[in-house]
Design a protein around this ligand. Structure first.
Ligand SMILES: [Zn+2]
Length: 303
């Protein structure tokens, strides 16, 4: 892990795969996200210990395992409280909810209960009910729904930790159909990040540290374009006739020129395509049609 100082109070703890936040006041600190597992939790503990800091709290941007997997170890070592939004706390406290929801709300198979999908459980409190904590640390907490329903961003001293609201170019090249659960909420979140907040830095959880609002705007636009392109590909594909969910996944993957060979990656794309379908259904653009006991999606006739 490598420590990068952003300003007097704000640091980024960088590993190969994730950026964690460290906010320091006097000899006290809070961390934003804790990484994938107990090893990352221990490494964060060792680092703040070496700096002579007392951990006062953990804030999780959202309840994905790679963001809160180190919580349990850190809480055990420091007894620090954990904060996130009320929705995300459900996932912290009951980590099985993540593979459970990914697998259509049934007891998920073991293949989805690995550490990338299911972290050790953690305590959690609703950060919006802890105004004293927010004020003491001079934070602004911003709801950023879309990648998950309850993701939050954290602003301190002109530095905005935006979680997985968007992905940098490298990550999008590797995962060209970015995971999302609410496409319309995400587009609104991204528009807000682009236009409303003029923070000097935006810190993305996976590799991206954008030092000017101009850089951040470019990468946000890149993300918005990709999401809108996939939306259009799915809609245009439905113009050609009835399509199954799997055919829509195929259309999205062919558009981004990817041949997916890994079930777990494919599964996340099915979930993401479902989020696009939910939006298309709610806007009365598509409707479900069952033919020969097969579920298809059909464009709604506007005649
Ligand atoms: Zn995530």
């Amino acid at each position: 892990m490598h420590l990068k100082q952003i300003n007097e109070n704000v640091f980024v703890i960088q590993s190969r795969t994730i950026n964690l936040g460290l906010i320091v006041q006097d000899k006290e600190c809070i961390v934003i996200d804790t990484g994938l597992d107990k090893t990352s939790g221990q490494m964060v503990y060792n680092l703040i210990n070496e700096m002579g800091l007392q951990l006062q709290a953990i804030i999780n941007t959202h309840g994905h395992a790679d963001h809160f997997g180190g919580n349990q170890r850190l809480v055990k070592l420091t007894n620090a409280p954990v904060y996130s939004s009320a929705w995300e706390i459900n996932f912290l406290k009951s980590p099985m909810l993540e593979p459970f929801s990914l697998f259509c709300g049934v007891n998920p198979p073991q293949i989805l209960k690995n550490k990338f999908y299911m972290a050790p459980s953690s305590p959690g409190e609703d950060i919006f009910c802890n105004k004293d904590f927010i004020n003491t640390w001079g934070l602004e907490i911003v709801p950023l729904p879309g990648h998950t329903l309850g993701m939050i961003g954290i602003i301190k001293n002109d530095v905005f930790f935006v979680g997985d609201a968007y992905f940098c170019k490298n990550v999008l090249d590797k995962h060209p159909v970015p995971f999302l659960v609410d496409v319309d909420a995400l587009i609104e979140t991204l528009a807000m990040l682009k236009d409303k907040y003029d923070c000097y830095y935006q810190i993305n959880s996976h590799q991206g540290i954008y030092s000017t609002s101009q850089n951040a705007r470019q990468i946000i636009d890149f993300n918005i374009n990709r999401i809108e392109e996939i939306y259009n590909v799915l809609e245009k594909n439905l113009d050609k006739g009835l399509k199954t969910s799997e055919e829509l996944v195929k259309a999205a993957l062919e558009y981004v020129k990817v041949e997916c060979r890994t079930y777990l990656v494919y599964h996340l794309i099915i979930v993401t395509v479902n989020a696009y379908l939910a939006s298309l259904l709610d806007k009365d653009i598509v409707e479900p049609v069952i033919r020969n006991n097969i579920l298809y999606w059909s464009k709604v006739s506007k005649m």
